[in-house]
Design a protein around this ligand. Sequence first.
Ligand code: ZN
Ligand code: ZN
Length: 306
Amino acid sequence: MQITFWGVRGSYPVPGAATVRYGGQTSCVESRSAAGEHVIVDAGTGMRALGNKLMREANAPQHYHVLLSHVHWDHIQGLPFFSPVYVPGTRVSVYALLTAADELNGVIGGITRHEFFPMPLEAVPAQFDFQKVEPGVDFDIGGFHVMPIALNHPFGSVGYRLDCDGVSWAYVSDTAPFTDVLHKQHFLPGPEPLSEDDRVALGAMREALVRRLVGVDTVVYDTHFLPDEYKRFPHYGHSTPDQALEICLEAKVRRLVLYHHAPTHSDDQMDKIAADYLARGEELGIEVLTSFEGMTLPIGPVEGTT
Ligand SMILES: [Zn+2]
Ligand SMILES: [Zn+2]
């Protein structure tokens, strides 16, 4: 199995002179098995270039599987520009954490309403279906075993562990650390004070995440903020590389990939972040890579197997 990054940016796309090397497109990762099956994780603007590549390599309409972490703009905006959906016979299964699959239909249908986009979802040639994902309830997509993991983000988010070919990687984005309450169904301009119930719930969420990451080779983690930035914006629902390292260390993960980069971080700043955390990871025995658009990583063996 291998993964390829098509969009590594959080919040909004920032292509331009300052982001040439790391890329300016938003969240989208392709996971591909040795047999050539693939799953797409998140549908940010990086999905447009991925669609063009998949179109070139397909000799017949395909069935695509898209796992969404949540439906914030930076994770869905590429979907209307995914060129295979305009080929009759194409199927697209979209998986997301929502109370009902109908609601997801409404979200995707909503962003393609005539006011926003020239072709409504009903008129698109591809056939869509919407699948509800529940943390802790595993499922299979072809040869991929998918384990959804609850994350701490405003209105909820879900991470995924994917096992295939005897190896394993995980996508943990978007998430705040488990010290602030962010997952409630309303938004306040700052983290809410923690009740005892909140503390218990967040502790359980963190524990379940660590448990799911045990044995995973590569973890792609929301490391949007540097520690001093996080202090100013704790209610945005994103983590720092330090917080990601803490989780990966507990789960004994071999490799951490920094992801969902702040749109304000230029290539030069990203070089410094990459170098600083590569060194920090070496001290802790974790390989820390910084994702960039176009990066492909082979996934290593799960501990205790081959
Ligand atoms: Zn995001
Ligand atoms: Zn988000």
